[in-house]
Design a protein around this ligand. Structure first.
Ligand code: TXA
Ligand code: MG
Length: 349
C-alpha cells in the first residue's frame, strides 16, 4: 500500500513538509496539479529522475516538465528567456501552460531526455504550490510527468494514481489534493526553435497565445522533439476506444449489439438512444469543452471495465474550443478503425 497524505485541495503543512523532505532525499512523490496529477522527483538529481522513468516504464529519451514555484528564477533553468516567454509567463503562470525554452548548461540532461531545451511550468494548484515552496525552500524544480504508466490515461485524482502504482515500490507518497480542475494536461508551447510551435493543445488556446505574443503558434513539423503526449497512441484505457459522430453511433451500436458485443458509451448530446441492452455502462458528459475536459479521464477510467469489448465515444464538434479534447480523444482512439472492423466482422448471434 502507498501511504497518501493531505486529503483535499487545502495544503496540510505537515504532509507538505514530509513530502518535500522525501523529494530532497531523492524519492518520488505524486502530487496534484490543476491539470492532472504529476509523478515528481528532484529535477536536478539524475538518479531520482531515472526513478520516474523506471516507475512509469517510459523511454528515457522522452523529456519531462520541470515544475517551478511562482517566485522561482526562470533564468536559472533557461539560458534564453526572451520577451515572448516573459509575456506568456506574466499572462498564464501560474496555470496550465508549459514553455519549452533553451536549457541552461548546468541543468542535467537526464530531465530533458537529452534535448538542449527544457520544459517549464508553474502550476496553480495550492498543494503543488505549497510543495514547490517547501522543496529546497522554493528554489528547486520538481520534474513531473503525468502520474500514470506510459501510454495510460492520465490521473485526475489521488486514487487514480494509487491504481496506477499500487504495485510499485518506487512511489512512496501521494499527496491528495482532490480532483484536478482542468482535467487534461497543460498546453505545451515550444519557444526554443525560432518561431513558436504548439506541441500539445490544452486549456490555454492557440488564440490566447497569439493574443499575448502577437503570433499564432504553428503546428509541429517532422523536426519537433518526440513528446509522449504527442504520440499517435496515448492516453488510452485497456479496452479499445472508438469515437464516432452522433449520426453514426446509433447504427454502429445496433450492429455491435446484434453481434453480442458488450459496450460502454460516453456521450454528451443526449441524442443517442441508450436503451440498448448491449450498453452495460453509460456516462453523459457536460456539453461544454471545459466541463467535458474536467470529466474526461475519470470517465474513461470508469468505463474501462473487464468484459467491455469497446468504449464508444460521441465525437465532439471539430471546432477550436474542442481542440484539446479532440486531440486526447484521437490518441485514446488510435487504431479504432481496425478494432471496429474486427468487431463488426463477428457473425451475428
Ligand atoms: O499538465 C501537465 O503538463 C502534466 C502535469 C503533471 O504538469 N504533466 C504532463 O507531463 O503531462 P508528461 O510528461 O506526461 O507530458 C509532458 C510532455 C511530454 O510529451 C514531453 O515529451 C514534453 O512534455 N516535453 C517536456 N520537455 C520537453 C522538451 N524539452 N522538448 C519537447 N517536449 C518536451
Ligand atoms: Mg503523460
Amino acid at each position: 500500500m502507498i501511504p497518501t497524505a493531505a486529503p483535499g485541495p487545502t495544503p496540510d503543512p505537515a504532509s507538505i513538509a514530509a513530502a518535500a523532505r522525501l523529494l530532497e532525499a531523492g524519492e518520488l512523490v505524486a502530487f496534484p496539479t490543476e491539470t492532472v496529477y504529476g509523478l515528481g522527483a528532484d529535477a536536478e538529481n539524475p538518479d531520482a529522475v531515472r526513478r520516474i522513468y523506471r516507475a512509469k516504464q517510459r523511454p528515457e529519451n522522452h523529456p519531462l516538465i520541470v515544475h517551478l514555484a511562482p517566485e522561482a528564477d526562470v533564468g536559472y533553468w533557461s539560458s534564453a528567456v526572451g520577451p515572448a516567454a516573459q509575456k506568456l509567463m506574466a499572462a498564464f503562470w501560474p496555470g496550465p501552460l508549459t514553455l519549452i525554452l533553451a536549457r541552461a548548461a548546468h541543468i542535467p540532461d537526464t530531465v530533458a531526455g537529452g534535448q538542449q531545451s527544457i520544459g517549464l511550468r508553474c502550476p496553480s494548484h495550492p498543494v503543488a504550490q505549497a510543495l514547490l515552496q517547501s522543496f529546497k525552500a522554493g528554489r528547486g524544480g520538481i520534474a513531473a510527468p503525468s502520474a500514470n504508466r506510459f501510454g495510460h490515461v492520465s490521473p485526475t485524482t489521488a486514487s487514480h494514481v494509487h491504481d496506477e502504482f499500487r504495485d510499485s515500490p518506487l512511489l512512496t507518497c501521494i499527496l491528495d489534493g482532490g480532483q484536478s480542475t482542468v482535467g487534461i494536461e497543460s498546453t505545451i508551447l515550444d519557444l526554443s526553435r525560432g518561431r513558436p510551435v504548439l506541441l500539445r493543445p490544452g486549456q490555454v488556446s492557440a488564440a490566447q497565445i497569439a493574443a499575448c505574443i502577437g503570433e499564432l503558434p504553428s503546428l509541429p513539423d517532422a523536426t519537433a522533439p518526440r513528446a509522449s503526449g504527442t504520440m499517435e497512441s496515448h492516453y488510452a484505457p485497456q479496452a479499445p476506444v472508438a469515437a464516432l459522430p452522433a449520426a453514426q453511433l446509433a447504427a454502429v451500436i445496433a450492429q455491435l449489439a446484434a453481434r453480442g458485443h458488450r459496450l460502454a458509451l460516453m456521450e454528451y448530446s443526449g441524442s443517442i438512444n441508450t436503451g440498448c441492452a448491449a450498453i452495460t455502462c453509460h456516462v453523459r458528459l457536460p456539453a461544454d469543452p471545459a466541463g467535458y475536459a474536467h470529466d474526461l479521464y475519470a470517465t474513461l477510467r470508469q468505463l474501462d471495465q473487464p468484459g467491455i469489448d469497446l468504449i464508444l465515444i460521441e465525437s465532439p464538434a471539430i471546432a477550436d474550443a474542442w481542440r484539446a479534447v479532440n486531440d486526447r480523444l484521437g490518441r485514446a482512439a488510435h487504431g479504432s478503425t481496425a478494432v471496429l472492423a474486427n468487431l463488426l466482422a463477428t457473425p451475428t448471434s
